[in-house]
Ligand binder design. Structure first.
Ligand SMILES: [Zn+2]
Length: 67
């Protein structure tokens, strides 16, 4: 009896290294700041820099001033 192996599982040439993980939500300049909204409950969340110099919470979206 011949076992059928799907093409995706068959060894196929040299083993290729897995692509490096991409952290799409960690933008350059992202800071971990305390968010004071009730949504975030004063937790430290990621804040993304805005063009006007403010920081925007990546969880609730509230913008806080530059710190
Ligand atoms: Zn927040």
């Amino acid at each position: 009896m011949k076992l059928h192996i799907p093409a995706l599982l068959r060894p196929h040439g040299r083993h290729r290294a897995a692509p490096a993980p991409v952290f799409v939500d960690l933008l350059p300049g992202t800071r971990w700041l305390v968010c004071d909204t009730t949504t975030c409950a004063h937790l430290t969340t990621r804040h993304h820099p805005q063009p006007d110099g403010a920081w925007r919470c990546g969880r609730c979206g509230r913008t806080k001033g530059e710190q």
